[in-house]
Every structure is written in C-alpha cells, then in structure tokens.
Design a protein around this ligand. Structure first.
Ligand code: ATP
Ligand code: MG
Length: 420
C-alpha cells in the first residue's frame, strides 16, 4: 500500500500507511515497536534485538526520559507524561530495523478492562472509519484466547462508535498485546524505515558527490545494518564551497540517528588539473573515478570498512557503462557496492524524496566545472589502456597525498560517543 504523509496532532510529519484519520483525543502512554526480519535471524536474534534497543536509546537521547524495554519478544517504549509522543515516534521511524510503531495504552489483562480502555480511546471520535482488532498473547496463561479478545474488544469499540469492522487493511488497525501482568492496546500504525539495526552488518565507506544518487545508495546500505564513513572529492577552487556544504548536510540526513561518523573532504582539483593537462580528454572521468576509488579504499582501510558504496546505475552516464565500471572496479580490492545499479532515475528520485535528501541534492553546486569535464566522455575503456595512461603518475604517492591532506569532520549526533 502506498505510504501517505499527514500531520498528526502536533506539526510533526509522520508517514502512515494505513490510516488517514488520526484519533484526535488519543494520548498514548507507550509505543509498541514492531520489527520485521529480526524474528527470522535464529540465534542472532538476541543480539539483533539488543542492538535495536541500544539504537533506539541513542536516537531518543538521554534527556528524552522515555525508556525502551524488551518484553517477551516485543519492544515497548514507556513515554514520560510530558513527552510529545509523536515527536518520539517520528525519531524512532528513522531507526533502522523498526518496521512500524503503534501508539498504545495499557490496561489490566481482563476482557472488561481492555474493552473499557479501548472505548476510552475511540469515544467522541466523529469521523467514521473501518477498524480491525488483532490480538497476540506472549503467554497462554489467560482464561481466554486471542479470538475471544478480538471479538469482545471489537464489539466494545463498535458499541460506542458503530464503525464497520475490516480485518484486512482497516483505516484503524488495533492491536492487543497480552503479557503476564498487562495488556497493551495499540491504535494506528506508523511506518518506520525497516531494514536491520545499525551495527549488525559491518562498516562501509560511502562516496557522496552532492548529487541525487549517492545519498540514496548510502541509505540503502545503511538500512541493511551497516555503519559508514563518508568521502567527498571537491574541486575547490575551480568550484565553490557549496558541494562540501551539501555533502555535510546529506551525510547528516542519511546518518543513523544518535550516532556519529567521519566525513573526509578530499581536495581533488590539483590532480584533476594534471589529468586534464596530460591525459586523453575522453578518459578524464574514468581517471577521476579510479583515483577516487583508490583514495576511498585507503580510507576504508583506516576506518576498518569492508566495502565502498557508490550511486552508480547501469548506463545512466558514460562512466557507468559495463566496460567503464569494470575499468573502475579493477583498481579496488574491496567490493564496490552499487545498490542503485538496476534502478531508473525516476525510481531513484522517488526514493530520494522519501528519505528526505532530494531537496538538498538538487540545490545547485559546481559539480566539476566545464574545464574539468570532457566534451565527449568515452563509453568504452579497458583496464590495460588505463594502466598505460596512468604510467605518468606515481599512483601510490598521489593517493597517499590525497588521503593525508583530507579534511576530516564529524557527522551526526553532537556529543554522542556512539561512533559508527
Ligand atoms: P550522483 O547523483 O550521486 O552524483 P551521478 O549519477 O551524478 O551520481 P556520477 O557523477 O557518475 O553519477 O558519479 C557516480 C558515483 O561516483 C556517485 O554516485 C558517487 O558515489 C561517486 N562520486 C562521483 N563524484 C563524486 C565526488 N565528487 N565525491 C565523492 N563521490 C563521488
Ligand atoms: Mg554526480
């Protein structure tokens, strides 16, 4: 189902997949947190779940006061009475591994108490909507089964609202989670990023250009539980400083909340000038990319990263033909991950809009001034020919210089000591 963005209570934007009709009088005390794939991870499940809890705590920050708990294979956030719950929820939607959240209340685990609690939430809502109750019991020690809970609580809600029941994709999903001493009743669903918790998949170095594609590529790999360092090559003084500002902003947007990473800004203009002066014009971009990959790999070694990430998509521009990708790949020992390789530009643009990087990416910046770009870039190349062309450089020394002169800054949570 297509995700829709709406404003819920305060002016915090949340993405709801299942309801466009927020409950106006609802004041939850908890958030029920659902994760998807974690459940499938066998013996790793404990580690993954604990990592997710830690990441949620980092995202909320020590001052939030909200506590996160594991409870019989579920995750529950206890909100402080002062907490603005949808702000808390909004922060958590960006924690990788969370599939969706449900604002919730708690009651005694009896049919009467749950029915009364549910009625309090929906009473006085004027907008009609469909709803469906789904119950899950952590233990089977109750004198009733899940079906009975669904039937009784459903009837109680209907008794005060007359809303029609719809079990598949209702406007208002209602979830009853039963644990030994309490029932949690969740209302409505707020989608998160999904994926796996940050920290379970090793580290990568993301090459960020300032354009649309590379932050989307970074997001896709971070979403799979990786941590990152970021690298940007700039052509200052041939270009302005905007690309550096944009990349700083983009890295902060894709960075998992509550964690910090390093961003390496590499001055590339001097080497580019020599490439322009001494190498065949058509090969310029491929030469730039080969040096970028080598420098990024040197940074990966320093950072303990195991792969590079770029935003290339097959055939999108001349440097992204299969021949040229092969010529670029040859200089790296680490794998180069290209999560956008099979996506069309409009698909990438949609993702950039969804993750919130698009507006920054399209701000104008001097990518590479026209003097540095070839008129007719080569669509074909071979590693052997490039090696011949590069003979005029002391490649190792060039790469060592690029990395040694990099400006290093921190991205992400100020004051956080959770490095990624
Ligand atoms: P993007 O939208 O990410 O700029 P693009 O379609 O413009 O991508 P290219 O300019 O060919 O494609 O770059 C391909 C990839 O190489 C980028 O996605 C990025 O990962 C990396 N890259 C390109 N230029 C830079 C740069 N100046 N600094 C860091 N990485 C770069
Ligand atoms: Mg680019």
């Amino acid at each position: 189902m297509a995700a829709r963005s709406i404003y819920y209570r305060s002016q915090v934007m949340l993405t709801f997949s299942q309801t466009e009709k927020p409950l106006t009088h609802f004041s939850p005390s908890h958030l029920l947190v659902h994760y998807g794939e974690l459940a499938l991870k066998g013996r790793n499940r404990d580690h993954f779940e604990e990592t997710l809890v830690q990441n949620m705590r980092l995202a909320l920050g020590p001052e939030s006061g909200s506590t996160v708990r594991r409870l019989y294979g579920r995750l529950i956030v206890l909100l402080t009475p002062e907490a603005i719950w949808d702000r808390v929820a909004e922060k958590l939607t960006r924690v990788f591994g969370i599939e969706y959240l449900m604002p919730a209340i708690t009651s005694e685990p009896t049919l009467e108490a749950m029915s009364r609690a549910a009625q309090e939430v929906v009473r006085g809502e004027s907008e009609p909507r469909t709803f469906g109750v789904h119950c899950k019991r952590a233990t089977k020690t109750f004198p009733f089964d899940s079906l009975e809970v669904q039937r009784v609580v459903g009837a109680a809600i209907q008794g005060v609202t007359e809303w029609p029941v719809k079990l598949k994709d209702p406007d208002l999903p209602v979830k009853v989670e039963l644990v030994n001493h309490a029932a949690y009743l969740g209302f409505g669903r707020i989608d998160g990023w999904g994926g796996l918790p940050t920290g379970v998949a090793g580290k990568v170095v993301c090459l960020l250009s300032g354009g649309i594609d590379s932050p989307v590529a970074a997001h896709r790999i971070l979403r799979r539980g990786a941590t990152a360092a970021y690298v940007h090559f700039h052509s200052h003084p041939h270009t302005g400083l905007e690309s550096q500002r944009k990349v700083r902003e983009l890295a902060a947007l894709v960075q998992p909340p509550g964690r910090w990473s390093r961003l390496y800004g590499i001055a590339f203009a001097e080497l580019q000038r020599r490439i322009v002066a001494q190498c065949p014009e058509a090969l310029r971009v491929i030469l730039y990319r080969r040096f970028m990959v080598r420098a990024a790999e040197a940074i990966a070694l320093r950072e303990g990263a195991l792969a590079l990430v770029t935003g290339e998509s097959l055939g999108q521009v001349a440097s992204q033909t299969l021949e040229n990708l092969r010529t670029i790949d040859c200089v790296a020992k680490l794998p180069i991950l290209r999560p956008l390789i099979g996506l069309d530009k409009d698909e990438i643009v949609k993702q950039a809009q969804r993750i919130g990087t698009f507006d920054t990416s399209i701000e104008p910046h001097g990518d590479c001034c026209s003097f540095l770009m070839p008129q007719n870039p080569a669509t074909r190349s071979t590693p052997e020919y490039l090696e011949t062309v590069e003979k005029i450089f002391d490649v190792d020394a060039e790469v060592a210089r690029l990395v040694a002169e990099a400006a290093v800054e921190e991205v992400g949570a100020p004051g956080s000591n959770a490095a990624t």
